[in-house]
Design a protein around this ligand. Structure first.
Ligand code: SF4
Length: 137
């Protein structure tokens, strides 16, 4: 089974209440090949929510609040689901502080991108799950 970022499957779970619908991901879910998950919602954050970025070892939202615990919980709950469904691969939304794989925002909330990994992508990858992003499709 494949896990996909729910926003790529058209779920309006982004911080601003929108989605990042990708027709290839939606087709995979429709065919029963993939399960949509949103780590930030699984971590207990509301939608819409204040955008957050990784800043060194913390996740800080635009109001300056530390939301690291919710992001860590979301990563752990995503891993729980991945193990339940014997997930071997995940297709995640690039640049997100949860789902980004290879690129993330730099923590300054200015739109600048740096090399890095979101918390969920990092945890899944450490557990041997192959990570792709929508840019690889
Ligand atoms: Fe999409 Fe992942 Fe952000 Fe949820 S946490 S909105 S699935 S990029």
């Amino acid at each position: 089974m494949i896990l996909v970022s729910a926003c790529l499957a058209g779920v309006k779970c982004r911080y601003d209440g929108n989605d990042n619908a990708n027709h290839k991901v939606i087709e995979m879910v429709k065919k029963g090949l993939a399960i949509p998950i949103c780590p930030e919602q699984l971590g207990g954050l509301e939608t819409p929510r204040i955008p957050a970025e990784i800043n060194e070892d913390k996740v800080i939202n635009k109001k300056g609040e530390n939301v690291s615990s919710q992001f860590k919980k979301g990563a752990k709950e995503t891993l729980r689901i991945a193990e339940l469904v014997s997930c071997y691969k995940a297709i995640l939304k690039q640049s997100s502080p949860s789902c980004g794989y290879g690129k993330i925002y730099d923590g300054s909330h200015t739109g600048r991108i740096i090399d890095g990994m979101g918390l969920t992508a990092k945890l899944l990858s450490q557990k041997g799950i192959i990570i792709l992003t929508e840019e690889d499709l």
